[in-house]
Design a protein around this ligand. Structure first.
Ligand SMILES: Nc1ncnc2c1ncn2[C@@H]1O[C@H](COP(=O)(O)OP(=O)(O)OP(=O)(O)O)[C@@H](O)[C@H]1O
Ligand SMILES: O=P(O)(O)OC[C@H]1O[C@](O)(CO)[C@@H](O)[C@@H]1O
Ligand SMILES: [Mg+2]
Length: 322
């Protein structure tokens, strides 16, 4: 089948670089002679038939912008078989024969359902969480980690002056990658993630010992999926009242701001790849990057496997933070 019309949407939590990905899909699509449509507000916009034609100028001046010009949403109706059927019918009625979904694991599930209903679908990893398997990195993760590292640099200054401990809660509902990569890059003493069991007695004891041996401030990074910062601070004080922890919840700051060059380039490569693969007749695939090579994997396989946690990096961070 020759592809003529494609559409693109962004879904789930936004991520820095989604705009660069949308730009790449639109410009590559037009370059290869396709008609390209944008769907506003993710699957919600699809169900509302909120679909519009895009041209070269629709994606001008957005490569450097965080957020998503297509806007994003979490859509309950699309979780139902009836909602998914309605979405497929709308795409078919409009003659759209290829869909690019940019989003996280939940959005991938939605794309998988649409592909099972006969829609040619490509999924791009757009989430700060880095929780998608068959790709080393997701679009937005690098920017998010940079934001966390920048914040920890600042926290370190004041923690050092006052000889305190900083508890930094970062995003990652079920995935500790932001905590891991930001923790390693900022020399955090402790990294608490959902993938690795932790012992608060042991953490408090190590902090106490460190303090006694001259390391008089420390950084503890907690992924939200492993607990909340306030709770961690409370448990530490219960075990050692001299620790003086201060909690910072970085929250949605991690999802905003200009994407790093790494995220823009990843998004540009993946967006263009998705279009070329649709034209080549591929469908029901997830686009990713492994060892700097673009790779295509069945979406079904991706949504049914959990991303492997990088224990090597976790152990490295522990070795270097003594
Ligand atoms: N199992 C599913 N079947 C169909 N659609 C789904 C499914 N799970 C999620 N979706 C759709 O995808 C949307 C986005 O999913 P979710 O809220 O999990 O965010 P995400 O894409 O994982 O992004 P992030 O985790 O980065 O915020 C949901 O609101 C829903 O419309
Ligand atoms: O406030 P929202 O938009 O529901 O998003 C919060 C969640 O989305 C993510 O940031 C991913 O985008 C998670 O890490 C976080 O738990
Ligand atoms: Mg998700």
């Amino acid at each position: 089948m020759t592809i003529k019309k494609i559409a693109v949407l962004t879904s789930g939590g936004d991520s820095q670089g989604m705009n660069a990905a949308v730009r790449a899909v639109v410009r590559s699509g037009l370059y290869y002679g396709l008609e390209v449509y944008g769907i506003q507000r993710g699957y919600q916009g699809l169900l509302n038939d909120d679909i519009f034609s895009m041209d070269l100028r629709s994606v001008g001046d957005i490569i450097q912008r965080g957020g998503t010009v297509l806007q994003s949403a979490r859509c309950k109706e699309f979780m139902t078989p009836e909602g998914q059927q309605k979405g497929a019918d709308i795409l078919r009625k409009r003659g759209i024969d290829g869909l690019v979904v940019i989003g996280g694991d939940g959005s991938y599930h939605g794309a998988n359902k649409l592909s099972k209903l006969g829609i040619n679908t490509m999924a791009l990893p757009g989430t700060i969480d880095n929780d998608i398997s068959f790709t080393d990195f997701t679009i937005g993760f690098d920017t998010s980690v940079s934001i966390v590292v920048d914040a920890i640099n600042k926290l370190r200054d004041t923690m050092s002056s006052h000889e305190r401990s900083s508890i930094v809660e970062v995003m990652g509902r079920h995935c500790g990658d932001i905590a891991l990569y930001a923790g390693l890059a900022s020399g955090a003493e402790t990294i608490i993630v959902p993938e690795v069991p932790f012992d608060m007695d042991e953490i408090a004891e190590r902090m106490k010992q460190n303090f006694a041996h001259g390391k008089r401030h420390s950084i503890v990074v907690v992924a939200e999926g492993a607990g909340n910062g306030e709770n961690v601070a409370k448990q530490l004080v219960e075990r050692c009242e001299t620790l003086e922890p201060r909690v910072t919840v970085l929250g949605h700051i991690q999802r905003g701001g200009t994407p790093t060059p790494a995220d823009r380039n990843l998004a540009s490569r993946l967006g263009d790849f998705a279009v070329r693969m649709l034209i080549a007749g591929e469908s029901a695939k997830a686009c990713g990057i492994i060892s700097n090579e673009l790779v295509l994997t069945d979406i079904d396989k991706v949504v049914n496997s959990k991303k492997e946690f990088n224990m090597e990096l976790y152990e490295l961070a522990a070795r270097l933070s003594q």
